[in-house]
Design a protein around this ligand. Structure first.
Ligand code: SF4
Ligand code: FES
Length: 534
């Protein structure tokens, strides 16, 4: 959804707005047209009006926990019984404002609705909410890792009371608690926004972090003696709006204003998640997910998020080296490049081979192959770890993007490794599509995967026989079901009958013990499905 919508001083004629699936909404005296059913808080964002919030997150459900997003809402007044509604000259009814505020994150807009994001009522209520949120908060910003990038800190300054009336003893908990190898919990700072628990339950499917107890004693915690052992735990740190969850690799390393930031691409797997790499004093200190709509939606696997620590390993080469008298010696880039150029200058190009990094981005791969083929004149290039598929096979298949795979009502056929283990961000996108958007998942994998519990059909062929199963599935679509690879014909027929909408195959080798030719044969079979992409 667009972040901003064209704001006009005029309302779109009612019929025209409805025809386009839009509704007229007045935000702080300006009319805008937005898709019907949009959440009020998103409409305010489109109108470039700030509404403070904590529990709301664009990629999560709206529990209405924190009550910080209060706005005043208005609707056309209802006529008294027996009376007709009165209209203004433009054909719209006058807005009557409600005497109490509503939360903007859990309510959607309707035709002719009015929203006020400021005013005495809204400001007084927000002030009260802030005061409640801060009652038990330790106010330890100077020693909190979130200081400088904390929405609670910022919004207390912007919308909160100047001083506290709370003189009683605040809650105290043991802190910080390492709830996993990488995440620390400081419960005193928690404002019970429910973001971490919703992420774990709804997005990752790892119900390992919860609220416990009730009322004033409610606290976020993990199960006794069970760590927060989720492959995606780092996302809870990123979305926690206070310093209650912190990441061990970043704790007390820097303040946000010390950090330099570079948008980049995660290099751990082939998903290509968007990340921002943050560094200080020439050392990478953390990676954060970027909300790239077509890729990872801001989520990262812990491998993507915390894998950067290898960059700071003492074993890593940090300078070019040349061999002098049989020994490798560090040198500068200019002498190293000169030595490489001298070594390559008089060599027959056919005798040169270039091995690129298998984990580089497409852009980097393009750059080094251009050097190899365009400058050195050699076709001897390779960039695989021995776990991939033949390039000619991959390039010959019709392509699909992650968004196409996650099309509501479409079908995903999984042939390959467990995405939860190897393609973390793709796992989260597929999981969302299956759970929320009615995408059908059919697994053709030798073992169960992290998606098996939500898959429509889990077919497990004997190892090395996925090609036979894929061919049988395609034949079953044409009504010719048979047993294949140890999977009974009726299970294959049921899976074939479930295929609907655009079909996307997530393709890879289930294990490197399995020949790439088997996966290629499976792909060739599945490529016969109508409109399929890979
Ligand atoms: S730990 Fe953070 S994300 Fe979780 S409920 Fe508390 S404030 Fe919200
Ligand atoms: S953001 Fe709306 S209730 Fe929390």
């Amino acid at each position: 959804m667009a972040d901003s919508a064209p704001a006009t001083a005029e309302k779109l004629p009612k019929d025209l707005a409805a025809e386009k699936g839009l509704v007229n909404v007045q935000v702080d005296d300006t009319w805008i047209q937005v898709p019907s059913g949009t959440r009020m808080i998103e409409v305010c964002k489109m109108a470039e009006k700030e509404v403070p919030h904590y529990c709301y997150h664009t990629k999560l459900s709206s529990p209405g926990n924190c009550r910080m997003c209060l706005v005043q809402m208005g609707m056309p007044s209802r006529p008294a019984p027996g009376e007709s509604p009165s209209y203004e000259d433009d054909g719209y009814q006058q807005i009557s404002w409600m005497p109490r505020p509503v939360i903007a994150c859990a309510n959607t807009v309707a035709e002719n609705m009015g929203i006020r994001t400021t005013g005495d009522l809204v400001e007084e209520c927000r002030n009260g909410v802030m005061e409640f949120l801060l009652i038990n908060h330790p106010l330890d910003c100077p020693v909190c890792d979130k200081g400088g990038e904390c929405p609670l800190q910022d919004q207390t300054v912007a919308f909160g009371p100047g001083e506290s009336r709370f003189v009683e003893e605040k809650r105290h908990y043991e802190k910080p608690i390492p709830i996993s190898d990488t995440v620390y919990l400081d419960r005193e700072r928690c404002i019970l926004c429910d973001r971490c628990t919703r992420f774990a339950d709804d997005v990752a499917g790892d119900t390992l972090i919860h609220f416990m107890d009730r009322g004033n004693s409610t606290q976020v915690n993990t199960f006794p003696d069970e760590p927060f052992a989720s492959y995606f735990s780092g996302n809870t740190v990123q979305i926690c709006p206070v310093g209650a969850l912190t990441a061990k690799p970043y704790r007390f390393k820097a303040r946000p204003w010390d950090l330099e930031e570079t948008i980049s691409t995660a290099w751990i797997d082939s998903v290509g998640s968007r990340v921002t790499v943050q560094s200080s004093r020439n050392q990478v200190l953390r990676l954060l997910g970027v909300d790239a709509d077509s890729v990872n939606w801001g989520w990262l696997s812990d491998k993507e998020r915390f894998g950067f620590e290898a960059l700071n390993s003492e074993d890593r080469l940090t300078a070019p080296m040349v061999r002098v008298d049989g020994r490798l010696e560090s040198t500068g880039w200019a002498p190293a490049l000169a030595a490489a150029t001298d070594a390559l200058r008089d060599v027959d190009p056919a005798r040169i081979g270039v091995i690129g990094g298998a984990r580089l981005t497409n852009e980097s791969q393009y750059a080094w192959t251009k050097l190899a083929k365009g400058v050195l004149g050699t076709d001897n290039v390779d960039a695989q770890l021995g776990d991939g598929l033949p390039v000619e096979a991959v390039l010959g298949l019709p392509r699909a993007t992650i968004n196409q795979a996650c099309t509501p009502g479409g079908t995903v056929i999984l042939v390959g490794p467990d995405p939860k283990e190897d393609l973390g961000a793709l796992f989260l996108r597929l999981r969302h599509a299956v759970v929320n958007d009615g995408t059908t998942l059919i697994e053709l994998t030798p073992t169960r995967t992290g998606l098996s519990t939500i898959a429509g059909h889990s077919l497990h062929p004997k190892p090395g026989e996925v090609d036979l199963l894929a061919a049988a599935l395609v034949d079953a679509v044409s009504g010719d079901a048979r047993d294949a690879a140890g999977v009974p014909a009726d299970a294959i027929a049921a899976a074939a009958a479930a295929i609907s909408g655009p079909v996307t195959v997530v393709l890879g080798r289930a294990s490197i013990a399995e020949s790439a030719a088997i996966t290629v044969d499976a792909a060739i079979a599945l490529s016969q499905l109508e409109g399929v992409g890979f």
